[in-house]
Ligand binder design. Structure first.
Ligand SMILES: Cc1cc2nc3c(=O)[nH]c(=O)nc-3n(C[C@H](O)[C@H](O)[C@H](O)COP(=O)(O)O)c2cc1C
Length: 334
């Protein structure tokens, strides 16, 4: 019988069972995704505010990794028809859905020939994604960086996801920083390992250097709801001035602000463009209203104190910023 890993590698044409997580708002653009795919893993372009820009990034990522597979991440709360069209037109091979369900979208992507994976954090979400037709799951653990669906450690959730998935592949996300982590995930039945924080800390990642420095070797991460304007979803970050000021009472952030964000999120995300840099210019240290956009290369370094420094618990185990190809090879134990 073909192992789940071999089946996935064959289906996508991967050399290594290593997937770079899509990181939105420009953090994982063409340069990172292209370098990962060129090195034999699966690179993922993150969602961007402007579908045309996302399209161009996918096309460029493909030119950086000719003949290699390329994935795109779609954050369901922010997805428009134009984003979906951009994935199809730019020739993505695989789409990873996160934070929302849409059976019609899965059908549409299948009809266009794309493989559809869905990241999930609970057994119920896994069942729903499979019911909607997803070709495979990414089982996210609570130790993961960025937005969280996971509610328990990845290796504890994995067997439950595998149980629901039947013969469809399950990839594991959360806690992947070294070859040993990948080996453990594969031994536990995962078809591949998905890493975000490890790839955040690469030369090609477009995150601001000051952000990367804060994450490098960070001894603490917190699960919060502080950066929830327009997207009310738990997220794991490295602490900064904003969390130190506003998460003193509760790590999740001030209760009334959370309540307001929860109610206002569906309305606010219809306004342009909540994931982008322009939203950042409205944020103040003295006001606990912060959106999900993180600080990119070239932006004002001071934003590092009031933007989400998404990172997983592996941050404390990652000691250097390396080229993405090196990260792929090290994770693969190659
Ligand atoms: C900086 C950063 C940004 C992220 N952005 C996204 C995103 O836009 N979409 C998504 O599906 N997952 C996102 N994630 C979560 C990843 O898909 C994945 O679950 C996580 O990175 C795994 O944990 P790790 O960071 O410990 O490797 C992000 C993670 C990080 C670290």
């Amino acid at each position: 019988m073909v192992s789940p890993t071999m089946a996935l590698l064959d289906r996508l044409g991967l050399q290594h069972p290593i997937v770079q997580a899509g990181m939105g708002g420009g953090t994982s653009g063409a340069e990172l995704a292209g370098a990962v795919s060129a090195a034999g893993g699966l690179g993922t372009v993150g969602i961007m505010v402007d579908p045309q820009e996302m399209h161009d990034q996918i096309v460029r990522a493909r030119t950086l990794a000719p003949g290699r597979p390329m994935a795109v991440n779609l954050l369901m709360p922010f997805v428009s028809k134009s984003h979906v069209q951009a994935c199809v037109d730019a020739g993505a091979d695989c789409v990873v859905l996160f934070c929302g369900f849409d059976a019609g979208l899965v059908e549409h992507l299948h009809a266009a020939g794309l493989l559809v994976l869905q990241q999930v954090g609970t057994r119920a979400q896994a069942a729903r994604a499979l019911h909607d037709g997803a070709d495979g799951l990414i089982a996210q653990g609570i130790e993961a960086g960025g937005h969280l669906l996971g509610v328990e450690p990845a290796l504890e959730f994995l067997p439950k996801a595998l149980d629901v998935a039947g013969d469809r592949p399950v990839l594991l996300a959360g806690g992947i920083a070294e070859a040993e982590d990948v080996r453990r995930a594969l031994d536990a039945g995962a078809a591949a390992a998905v890493a975000g924080t490890r790839f955040l800390l690469t030369e090609e990642c477009a995150a601001h250097p000051a952000y990367k420095q804060r994450v490098l070797g960070a001894t603490d991460t917190i699960e919060t709801l502080l950066f929830s304007v327009a997207w009310h979803q738990r997220h794991r970050v490295v602490p900064n001035a904003a969390t130190r000021r506003w998460c003193r009472g509760s790590r999740l952030g001030p209760g009334p602000v959370r309540a307001l964000n929860r109610i206002a999120a569906p309305l606010l995300r219809r306004l342009p463009p909540m994931l982008s840099a322009s939203a950042l210019s409205m944020q103040r240290r003295s006001l606990p209203f912060y959106g999900p956009a993180s600080i990119l290369r070239g932006m004002d370094e001071r934003l590092v104190e009031i933007t989400p420094l998404y990172a997983g618990e592996t941050a404390g185990r990652i000691g250097s910023i390396v080229p993405a190809a090196q990260a792929v090879h090290e994770l693969a134990g190659a």
